[in-house]
Design a protein around this ligand. Structure first.
Ligand code: 5GP
Length: 188
C-alpha cells in the first residue's frame, strides 16, 4: 500500500537487531487518517471472506483492529496479556515476544470466542509469527474458524509470513520489509 510504504520510508527508524520503529504514526503517536485508509485496504483484501469477528492482541493491534471492525461492522476482541481474576471461561496460551525476548501468557474469554465465530486476526507487525500462532491456538481451543490474518507491516526477512502461508492461511500485509540491514529500510 503506497501511502504506508511512503510513510515507513519517511518516518520509520531502524534499530539494531532488525527492529523497525514506527512510533511516529502507529505504535505511540497514531495517524488516524492513515489508520483509516489501512483498515479500508485490509477490508478490501478480505472482501471474499465471511467474517463476523476481528481478533487482535493488546496493545498495538487494537488501533488497526478496531478500525477494521468498524468497517466490517463486527465486534473486535483483543487477547489480554494480564489474566483478569474475574474472567469467566478463560482460554489461555503462551506467546513469545520478539521485541521483549520473553514469553508471556495471553487469554480471551470463551464467552467471546465460540464455534460460531469466523475470525480475522489483525496486528501491527508480522515477524516470526509467534503472536499469530498464539491466536491460532486460542481459535482452535474455542472451535472458531480462522478466515485470515491481516498485518500492517510484515518483516519479510523473518519466518512468520512463510510459516502462516504454508498452512494455507490467507495472509495480507500492507507493506513488506525486505531488509533492515545496515539500518537501511528496503521495501518489497
Ligand atoms: P511475531 O509474533 O510475528 O514474531 O512478532 C510480531 C509482534 O512483535 C507484533 O505484535 C509487534 O508488536 C512486535 N514486533 C515484531 N517486530 C517488530 C518491529 O520490528 N517493530 C515493532 N514496533 N514491533 C515489532
Amino acid at each position: 500500500m503506497k501511502q504506508l510504504k511512503e510513510r515507513i520510508l519517511r518516518d520509520g527508524k531502524c534499530f539494531p537487531g532488525g527492529i523497525l520503529k514506527v512510533d511516529n504514526f502507529i505504535n505511540h503517536q497514531m495517524d488516524p487518517i492513515l489508520m483509516h485508509e489501512m483498515a479500508q485496504e485490509i477490508v478490501r483484501r478480505f472482501s471474499n471472506h465471511n467474517i463476523n469477528k476481528v481478533i487482535t492482541i493488546e496493545a498495538s493491534g487494537i488501533a488497526p483492529a478496531i478500525m477494521v471492525g468498524a468497517y466490517l461492522n463486527v465486534p473486535v476482541l483483543f487477547a489480554k496479556k494480564k489474566m483478569p481474576s474475574t474472567m469467566e471461561n478463560m482460554l489461555k496460551t503462551e506467546v513469545f515476544s520478539f521485541t521483549k525476548n520473553k514469553s508471556y501468557p495471553v487469554c480471551v474469554s470463551g464467552d467471546y470466542l465460540t464455534t460460531d465465530d469466523r475470525v480475522l486476526f489483525i496486528d501491527d507487525f508480522l515477524a516470526n509469527g509467534n503472536a499469530a500462532m498464539g491466536i491460532i491456538d486460542l481459535i482452535t481451543q474455542a472451535g472458531a474458524t480462522l478466515e485470515g490474518m491481516g498485518f500492517l507491516i510484515e518483516k519479510g526477512f523473518q519466518s512468520g509470513g512463510a510459516k502462516l502461508r504454508e498452512q494455507g492461511i490467507h495472509v495480507e500485509s500492507l507493506a513488506i520489509i525486505d531488509s533492515l540491514d545496515n539500518c537501511t529500510i528496503t521495501l518489497k
